[in-house]
Structure formats: structure tokens, C-alpha cells
Design a protein. Structure first.
Length: 185
């Protein structure tokens, strides 16, 4: 038999434990909501020895220093010309890798292209658009580490955003922030 005092003490202890366990998940959820989501990407320029593993977005905010470093890495390697890169292109890369189930580690074939480089490539191949979004910093040609290019293209298509070009013979995928469309090269 419990005395009245022991019963009240036990009930108080039980109430304290219940309140504490109810508070912990709410506190953890609140701290998780307070911590901004970080988005990172790893880019390996296949024409230079440069690579970059960088957080480019914290929550809803792009990180200007990261965007500047990405702009340098994605410059036109033929001319050295640089152009701001559309941050939504980085989001696109990040989401395509997530959809493919791997870390966002990309081999970059082509990022920004100067008008001069684009004209030269267009003269060599009808597959290079005259007014390519590469010239606006809104397109990139890539391979995703550990993922077949056909699977990368399929993952990007599932996102239903921007352009998705799959170049099987050259083994790369073109992604851009233009209107949604798809093609094979």
C-alpha cells in the first residue's frame, strides 16, 4: 500500500517525466527548424586541374563568396572570360543529384561560354545553339560521379524544370535554367 504522500510524490515525478519527454521532441524540432538547410556542390573542371567543394546556399540565401568562386571555376577555359552563374543552376544540379540518390559531385565539361567560343563550337557542330544559354551563365554540361549519364538525364527530367539534353555518344548531360524541354544529341 502506498501512503498518500508517496502516491502524490510518485504522481508528481511521473508528470515531470511526461512533461520533459514531451518537451524534448518539440525542442529538437524547433532547433531543426532554426538551423538553415545547407546546399553544397562539388565541381571538377575536366579541362583544368581545378575542383571546388562548396556550400553555395544557406536556407533561402545564396552565399556571394561561393557564387564568385563557382563563377571562376565555370569560366570559359578557352578565353578565361567569366560571367555570373545563375544560382538556380546550382539548385538544379543539387536536386538532380539528390533525385539520383548520390552526393552532388559533378565533372564539368562546359559552364559559361563566351560568344567567341560559342560561335566557334557552333561552326563545328549543328548541335551547339547559336544563342546558347551557356553564354548567359544559365547552362552547364556535366557528368555526375557514380551515375550513368542516362540516369542523370532521367533524374533531371523527373524534376520538370529547365532544359535537359542527353548526349549519349559524348557521355554528358546538358542542364539549363531555361524553359522545360528535352532532347538527345
Amino acid at each position: 500500500m502506498l501512503s498518500r504522500r508517496r502516491l502524490i510524490t510518485a504522481a508528481s515525478a511521473w508528470a515531470g517525466v511526461s512533461a520533459a519527454t514531451a518537451w524534448v521532441p518539440r525542442a529538437l524540432a524547433a532547433s531543426a527548424e532554426a538551423a538553415p538547410v545547407l546546399k553544397r556542390v562539388k565541381l571538377n573542371n575536366l579541362h583544368t586541374p581545378e575542383s571546388l567543394d562548396i556550400v553555395f546556399r544557406r536556407g533561402n540565401d545564396y552565399i556571394p563568396e561561393a557564387l564568385e568562386r563557382i563563377q571562376v571555376l565555370l569560366r570559359d577555359y578557352r578565353t578565361g572570360d567569366q560571367h555570373p552563374i545563375d544560382p538556380r543552376l546550382l539548385d538544379y544540379l543539387h536536386e538532380a543529384a539528390r533525385r539520383a540518390g548520390v552526393d552532388p559531385e559533378f565533372g564539368v565539361i562546359s559552364g559559361y561560354r563566351s560568344a567567341r567560343t560559342n560561335a566557334m563550337l557552333h561552326a563545328r557542330s549543328s548541335e551547339v545553339a547559336t544563342h546558347s544559354l551557356h553564354m548567359e551563365g544559365r547552362a552547364i554540361d556535366v557528368r555526375l560521379a557514380g551515375v550513368d549519364c542516362a540516369d542523370l538525364a532521367a533524374a533531371a527530367l523527373e524534376l520538370s524544370r529547365g532544359g535537359v539534353g542527353y548526349y549519349r555518344h559524348s557521355d554528358f548531360v546538358h542542364l539549363d535554367t531555361g524553359r522545360f524541354r528535352t532532347w538527345r544529341g
